[in-house]
Write a protein that binds this ligand. Structure first.
Ligand SMILES: *[C@@H]1O[C@H](CO)[C@@H](O)[C@H](O)[C@H]1NC(C)=O
Ligand SMILES: *[C@@H]1O[C@H](CO)[C@@H](O)[C@H](O)[C@H]1NC(C)=O
Ligand SMILES: *[C@@H]1O[C@H](CO)[C@@H](O)[C@H](O)[C@H]1NC(C)=O
Ligand SMILES: *[C@@H]1O[C@H](CO)[C@@H](O)[C@H](O)[C@H]1NC(C)=O
Ligand SMILES: *[C@@H]1O[C@H](CO)[C@@H](O)[C@H](O)[C@H]1NC(C)=O
Ligand SMILES: *[C@@H]1O[C@H](CO)[C@@H](O)[C@H](O)[C@H]1NC(C)=O
Length: 524
């Protein structure tokens, strides 16, 4: 029987068959169609990205932007005489290059070493092409020797830096600040973190000058320039390519890993917050007590993530009416939580990303702190008063992130109804704030009531994130065109780059990051 007839016969049998079989088969056909349709839709998005990755994989030449080379003559966590490079490159770079060759020289003697390359982000970010990497290896030298990176026949000399030596029980590495003018938030953050005993490390890309001067007032802090990434004239990616447009969250993971590497030997614990994430210790009087308690509770932990509790907050807009303690007592929980911010034991990890470390050493893990124990306050929803009319609230709010007080939830999730902080702590924060305003006088009073950049960025984000276009691209503030504002004093960062063409690889050394004062406003 010819095939076509056979098929015809079967079809007629099917039509005569029981009803349920027909329904079964038709729904099967429908599901297959639906599956094929959704797979095709997904593939067309995925394909573009995938083609992109394949294209970069087969491309013969690569660019890397080298941020730093940190040398550890002795170390708690690396072997003695270890060198760690921090660089940014295309997300598939480590599939093409697994290591760097290094040559150390002292006088006329040279020795070779290999640095193993590891990505800071352990999964492929879908939309942003570039990510940070570290390369780690042990050198056969003392710190007085010079070090060269070798690529084929060529070599480039590296400037080595050393990790910070002075000891701190707790360091807070804040993600880089740009176009920063929200002093009501930054002052609150600085007061709370310094009160509970954190040494604060701030990366600044741009900030209004008066706020910059306020930030420098805090003795237990370090304010360092953080630059955008630049490629030299000659590059594999071509002249139109700007790495800043292709780095996830403005290279935040690069900054966090940089901070980890610099405090690796000197800090017992490191917190990685944004300036609007505040941790108020609940298991001890200060950060050191809190963190030693929670790491004792979870001895296998390298990283502990604090969930974030969304909060509303009220503040006065003018410096003469603003009181930091009134802002703290205005905190109201929304009953919503978010993915966490991390606290780490630096000797147990080698790199860190925003909510997670992918560089955890063998035998350790990341755990999430139960929200009943503590969580970070996400100071997300601000209500500014322009009139000085906010009634001051005397009562310290209760720690009740899930709003269980008025609900009949199971006792397991019922938070202990204790105040957010003690009255003594609140009074001390108030006193140290008043001392700051007295010392800085005019500088503090000059802080602006109204934001220039915040509304512009908000409008720009509405345009680039919510207009439904170009979903498959990496997005950030670099895409916002900001006008210059003559008369607005701002601290920006300037930098230079030294490029070098190796064997199929262009190495762009990021050099001389420094603050530059401008009277034409801030730049990104
Ligand atoms: C390591 O370097 C630090 C800082 O330069 C120095 O103080 C220390 O003596 C060095 N240690 C060794 C063992 O060379
Ligand atoms: C690293 O150097 C320190 C100080 O010189 C020494 O005490 C320690 O034993 C060394 N560690 C290793 C693994 O060699
Ligand atoms: C290396 O330098 C030392 C003195 O600095 C010299 O005595 C020695 O001959 C040199 N070795 C070579 C191979 O050039
Ligand atoms: C805390 O965050 C984790 C993810 O890190 C999430 O799985 C968990 O549900 C959160 N807990 C609460 C109470 O929101
Ligand atoms: C903001 O604060 C003002 C003054 O206290 C109050 O009238 C207003 O309801 C508040 N708005 C929100 C959204 O909480
Ligand atoms: C950066 O600094 C260099 C050297 O001081 C200067 O020539 C250049 O104009 C500066 N760039 C900007 C954007 O200010």
């Amino acid at each position: 029987m010819p095939a076509i007839q056979r098929w015809h016969l079967r079809f007629r049998l099917f039509l005569r068959g029981r009803k349920y079989r027909r329904i079964l088969v038709s729904s099967l056909v429908f599901s297959i169609c639906l599956f094929v349709f959704s797979a095709l839709t997904a593939l067309s998005v995925f394909d573009r990205q995938h083609n992109n990755i394949v294209y970069h994989y087969v491309q013969r030449q690569d660019d890397i932007a080298l941020l730093s080379a940190t040398f550890y003559n002795t170390s708690k966590s690396f072997s003695n005489n270890s060198l760690v490079l921090l660089f940014v490159a295309h997300q598939i770079f480590h599939y093409k290059h697994s290591s760097f060759e290094i040559e150390t020289f002292a006088g006329n003697e040279t020795t070779r070493a290999t640095l193993r390359i590891m990505p800071v982000i352990g999964q492929m970010p879908f939309y942003c092409k570039w990510v940070p990497f570290i390369a780690i290896g042990e050198l056969d030298i003392t710190s007085s020797a010079g070090v060269r990176l070798i690529s084929g026949e060529k070599q480039i000399e590296l400037n080595l830096r050393e990790p910070y030596p002075e000891k701190h029980p707790v360091v807070a590495c804040f993600s880089p600040l740009f176009l920063n003018e929200r002093w009501q938030l930054l002052i609150l953050t600085a007061q709370v973190y310094s009160h509970y005993g954190a040494f604060m490390h701030f990366y600044v890309r741009s900030m209004i000058t008066d706020l910059f001067d306020v930030l420098k007032y805090y003795k237990h802090s370090r304010v360092v320039p953080w630059s955008g990434i630049h490629l030299g004239k000659e590059s594999a990616s071509g002249p139109g390519f700007r790495p800043d447009f292709e780095l996830e969250f403005r290279n935040q993971a690069g900054a966090m890993t940089d901070c980890l590497l610099m405090y690796k030997e000197s800090a017992s614990y490191i917190i990685f917050p944004d300036t609007d994430d505040i941790i108020i210790p609940r298991l001890g009087k200060n950060f050191e007590q809190e963190f030693s308690q929670i790491f004792a509770l979870f001895p296998e932990a390298a990283v502990i993530a604090y969930n974030m509790s969304q909060t509303d907050i009220h503040a006065e807009i003018s410096p003469s009416n603003y009181m930091v303690d009134e802002v703290l007592t205005s905190v109201r929980f929304r009953g919503e939580t978010r993915w966490g911010k991390v606290v780490v034991r630096p000797e147990r990890i080698d790199s860190v990303w925003i909510h997670k470390s992918y560089g955890i050493r063998d035998g350790y893990e990341q755990i999430t702190l139960p929200i009943e124990l503590n969580s970070a306050l996400h100071l997300r929803f601000w209500n500014f008063s322009e009139t000085g009319s906010l009634e001051s609230k005397i009562d310290i709010p209760l720690y009740d992130p899930l709003l269980t007080k008025n609900s009949n939830q199971t006792p397991k999730y019922r938070s202990p109804q204790r105040p957010l902080m003690s009255n003594d702590d609140l009074q001390e924060i108030r006193k140290s704030f008043q001392e700051m305003t007295r010392t800085l006088g005019e500088i503090y009073l000059r802080l602006p009531e109204f934001s220039i950049y915040y509304p512009l960025i908000e409008k720009c984000y509405d345009r680039i994130f919510y207009n439904g276009q170009r979903h498959a691209t990496c997005k950030g503030p670099e895409m916002c065109d900001l006008p210059s504002f003559p008369g607005v004093r701002c601290v920006n960062v300037n930098s230079s780059v030294d490029s070098f063409r190796g064997d199929n690889i262009f190495i762009h050394l990021q050099k001389n990051w420094f603050f530059e004062h401008s009277t034409n406003g801030c730049s990104i």
